[in-house]
Design a protein around this ligand. Structure first.
Ligand code: ATP
Ligand code: MG
Length: 603
């Protein structure tokens, strides 16, 4: 079966021209794709369970294991020493069957929550998919979390089982177990025949478990995943996702990440964050392609080696990682053959135009920004491969996704009249980004916070909390989170615009911008600046950067104040924490700091 025939059968609206050239972009003509797309067609492109219903693990694993892709590598793990270990779709199917059987034997069933706190090893990926096969709900935790965030999430999510390692159990779980009466089973991935008291040996249970099919009958609306948000604006929320989300993972993998059958794909996000599950596990597997998993932490030389040696074709990463690579310098790429690379995309924070251009210089490809949230479950707005990138823009809505901007009042709240949000109609005008409810991977609730969930919707629109503009051609431009927008002498200033301008200065590696109270202007713009390697803070440099920003942004928008810092505060997922910069600046309480990044801990 050729890629062309597969796609023409599944996606009849893809032009003949594209079908004939397997590496042509899946989305060539944006308007045509949008006008012909329907979620029902996208759903019909999936198999569905043989007896009816839908299960993410079936679409991601079992249907490939039963077909021509059975022996195709599904996941290729890169160990610390650079050696690799691949698992085929058939092997993944067998292992996830065993994992589902282990859960069932322990009495973990439909709707029960299974958590993980472990590094990016095979056990984690088997646990995600095996849990879904068992009709249970999976909640991945980032392995660098300390005991308190682990406790909060397990408690809120009523976790019944936890997959972890001996070291993590000893350091982070043992002391909180008494506070977690629902947590019946802790399964150690590395017990080696000798589990800690009160824990089980996962490998031993797996090898004794039956390997025959364990696919539970689930429906599209059954809860599948629980993802906690990054906690950039406050205490993380638990977003509930259902099996139907797989329809959106498939369609966005096709269009926004341009996945093709022979791709070697690498998503650098940890499955502890929604990107690492939606696009590090589900979307690529549903497409039947090979996914690279690096078990180690980020390191510029290691990453370039992986891109080159693994012949990565599609790379999905984050602005924070790209800025770190940029800080390390483009010369680090030298000697690494990145010629297999076809498409580079990024998500999680605004992508500064400087980084888009740097990608072109360093990898020979500009970086394609896309926008989404834990709540949306999939990419909503993207720079598609066949479209010209407008550096600094998040791109255009995915086919099937309706986006609008809602007028904000003087307090920054969305204006709702008779239950309907008032929409911005003029181009280049700020408004709160809103999405027409109803796409398949929309969150179905905030765990234990239904009132908060309800408040996110008005007149059939989901209000995202982010502020953006739309230009004449329908491209969206991120301004900032609603709470981060600065009001200075009557101007509304988005921190992203200021940060991006500062990054154009040769000395600036990254910047975080906030508003600080001022008796005359209301607020003035203050920037915290991290310098590139080889630069030292000085009064002269401060004035030079201020002058530089004034020329680009004008005196009303340019920062009046600049502080140098060696490390901007970030969330564990790598996002700049402006709320913390502000709290520290104003001497206010720092709020929930459980998600704040601290120096790397051993796993
Ligand atoms: P919390 O909701 O707990 O404060 P969070 O919003 O950072 O945390 P996530 O769901 O991980 O949690 O992040 C989604 C947010 O990240 C978006 O709402 C947006 O503010 C930001 N974001 C993601 N992608 C982009 C992008 N391409 N450009 C600008 N901002 C982005
Ligand atoms: Mg959020």
């Amino acid at each position: 079966m050729t890629a062309g025939t597969t796609r023409s059968a599944r996606w009849p609206w893809i032009s003949k021209e594209v079908q004939a050239f397997p590496v042509s972009p899946n989305l060539l003509d944006y308007e045509t794709a949008c006008s012909r797309f329907s979620w029902a067609d996208a759903r019909a492109a999936l198999s569905g369970l043989p007896g009816g219903g839908l299960n993410i693990a079936y679409e991601a694993v079992d249907r490939h294991a039963a077909g021509p892709r059975a022996n195709h590598p599904a996941l290729r793990f890169i160990h610390a020493d650079g050696s690799t270990h691949a698992i085929s779709y058939a092997e993944l199917s067998e292992q996830t069957n065993r994992f589902a059987a282990v859960l069932a034997q322990l009495g973990i069933g439909r709707g029960d929550r299974v958590f993980s706190l472990t590094g990016r090893g095979p056990e984690l990926y088997v646990a995600v998919l095996g849990t879904l096969k068992n009709a249970s709900v999976f909640c991945p935790l980032f392995s660098a979390f300390g005991p308190e965030p682990v406790r909060q999430r397990l408690q809120l999510g009523s976790g019944r089982a936890l997959i972890t390692t001996r070291a993590l159990y000893r350091r982070k779980v043992k002391q909180i177990r008494d506070a977690l009466p629902d947590l019946e089973h802790v399964l150690l991935t590395d017990a080696d025949g000798d589990p800690e008291p009160g824990t089980l040996d996962l490998a031993a249970l797996m090898s004794a478990a039956p390997s025959d099919s364990r696919m539970a009958g689930t429906r599209g609306e059954d809860m599948a995943l629980l993802h906690f948000t990054s906690g950039t604006t406050g205490t993380p929320k638990g977003a509930i996702h259902v099996h139907e989300a797989v329809t959106a993972h498939y369609a966005t993998g096709l269009y926004a990440l341009d996945l093709h059958p022979d791709d070697i794909y690498w998503c650098t996000a940890d499955p502890g964050w929604v990107t690492g599950t939606s696009y590090g596990v589900i979307a690529p597997l549903v497409h039947g392609i090979t996914t690279i998993v690096d078990e180690e932490e980020m390191d510029a030389d290691r990453w370039y080696r992986i891109l080159a040696e693994q012949h990565v074709t599609v790379w999905y990463t984050a602005p924070t990682a790209l800025r770190m690579l940029m800080k390390a310098g483009a010369d680090r790429v030298a000697g690494h053959d990145l010629s297999a690379l076809r498409f580079v995309a990024s998500v999680g924070e605004p992508l500064n135009p400087e980084v888009v251009a740097w990608g072109q210089e360093a990898f020979g490809h500009p970086v394609h920004d896309n926008w989404w949230q834990t709540e949306t479950g999939c990419i909503m707005i993207a720079n598609f491969p066949a479209m010209d990138i407008r550096p600094g823009s998040m791109g255009r809505p995915l086919p099937g996704v309706e986006v609008a901007l809602v007028v904000r009042d003087d307090n920054g709240k969305p204006v709702i009249r008779d239950g309907e949000p008032v929409l911005v109609t003029e181009p280049d005008t700020m408004g709160e980004l809103a999405l027409r409810a109803g796409w398949p991977s929309m969150f179905r609730g905030y765990l234990n916070e239904q009132e908060r969930y309800r408040r996110c919707f008005a007149g059939g629109w989901y209000l995202t909390g982010d502020v953006a503009k739309r230009d004449h051609d329908g491209y969206y431009w991120f301004v900032g989170r609603g709470d981060d927008v600065i009001k200075s002498s009557g101007h509304l200033i988005g921190p992203f615009e200021v940060e991006s301008s500062l990054m154009e200065h040769e000395a600036v590696a990254q910047a975080g911008v906030i508003g600080v109270p001022d008796p005359v202007a209301g607020e003035v713009v203050k920037a915290f600046v991290e310098l590139r390697n080889g630069w030292e803070p000085s009064e002269e440099l401060r004035l030079d950067i201020i002058g530089f920003a004034r020329k680009r942004l004008g005196p009303a928008v340019a920062p009046r104040l600049i502080d140098f810092t060696t490390a901007l505060p970030k969330t564990r997922s790598g996002k700049i924490l402006r709320r913390l910069l502000k709290a520290r600046e104003l001497g206010l309480p720092e709020g929930d700091t459980s998600t704040v990044e601290t120096p790397a801990e051993p796993r």
